[in-house]
Design a protein around this ligand. Structure first.
Ligand code: UDP
Ligand code: MG
Length: 319
């Protein structure tokens, strides 16, 4: 008899007390017809509200597993932890807030059965998000696709299905600055997409304030591109060339005319501009140096406070 395949559903959760019970219900309802065993892996990313209590109500269900982080490590790290512990033949990553409709998962499974190893959800519309969020997201996906060396599909978030093979190769990537969707593109394999409409949040507010959005964006760009460093070099060279021309002009003026130059305004302009450029360049280099430092320290990606409903011997956290 053919053994049934296992599907792991990975759900990162941060302060989603209003949503999480409904998320589990919707997931279960929409996956009930699947001819597969299912494990739901919730990662509680250091929630400070009642999310933990809500999740503890869910763990009476044997298909629910819970990874409880010791503090908030961030969405991308939570997803990575879920992938580390997922046992499934296929792994689906989905947000807890029901913006990504669980009903799409069975379509992803169909594609997976056709032989695709990565099936990502492509957002056609986004509902109930601020204009600012939509615009910055649109811009970000296009910029990052342009300046990175790997192919990153636009308007694609972390809602996706990956095969066990892909999941295993993801686990072998040790880097700390985790931009999961970039890493999935990087490992390759047969990829395809399913288009869907991004709903508005079921309840609660976004857990991605501007600060976290900027971190995600810089992690994504800097982990996958040297272009900013090249830009720094380019800026440096352009400004040097301009300064050189100006220097010649000043010398010629000094030699061939006797107009006394007052000089304060131009000196200020030049020095402010040059200092600005230098700070930008140093800042860009600092971003890379800081990340090198993070990698060199080799700290674990996350610290687990508690593992619930996982089999014995699964409690490793090797990084
Ligand atoms: N999330 C997380 N850790 C964080 C921030 C968010 O695990 O530090 C989870 C959150 O609970 C949700 C998913 O990541 O399941 C996406 O977050 P959110 O819906 O707030 O982002 P948005 O859809 O607004 O970009
Ligand atoms: Mg959301």
């Amino acid at each position: 008899m053919k053994t049934r395949k296992l599907l792991s559903v990975v759900v990162p959760v941060y302060n989603e007390q209003e949503v999480i019970t409904e998320t589990y219900r919707r997931l279960k309802a929409s996956l009930s017809n699947l001819d597969m065993d299912i494990e739901y892996i919730f990662i509680n990313d250091g929630s400070t509200d009642n999310t933990y209590l809500k999740l503890n109500e869910l763990i009476v269900n044997t298909d629910v597993k819970l990874i409880n982080f010791s503090r908030n490590f961030g969405h991308q790290i939570a997803i990575s932890a879920g992938m580390d512990y997922a046992k499934g033949d296929a792994v689906v990553v989905i947000d807890a807030d029901l913006q990504d409709p669980p009903e799409i998962i069975s379509e992803m499974i169909e594609k997976w059965k056709e032989g695709y190893e990565v099936v990502y959800g492509k957002r056609l519309h986004r509902e109930g998000e601020t204009l600012f969020k939509k615009l910055t997201a649109k811009l970000f996906y296009r910029v990052i696709d342009n300046i990175t060396d790997i192919k990153l599909p636009v308007d694609v978030g972390d809602f996706r299905l990956i095969d066990k093979k892909v999941c295993d190769s993801m686990k072998s990537l040790p880097e700390r600055a985790r931009y999961v969707r970039g890493l999935v593109s990087w490992v390759g394999f047969n990829q395809t997409s399913i288009e869907y409409k991004r709903e508005k949040r079921f309840a609660g507010k976004t857990k991605y304030p501007l600060r976290k959005m900027i971190k995600l964006a810089t992690d994504g760009i800097i982990s996958f591109s040297y272009r900013p460093l090249k830009l720094a070099t380019f800026l440096g060279m352009t400004v040097s060339a301009l300064s050189f021309i100006y220097l010649i002009a000043i010398l010629l003026q000094k030699i061939f005319t006797n107009s006394t130059v007052e000089g304060w305004a131009s000196t200020m302009v030049v020095s402010l501009f040059l200092n600005g450029v230098m700070l930008v360049v140093i800042g860009i280099m600092g971003e890379y140096v800081g990340r090198i430092y993070e990698e060199v320290k080799s700290r674990p990606l996350y610290v687990i406070g508690e593992l619930i409903n996982f089999d014995e011997g699964n409690n490793t956290n090797e990084y």
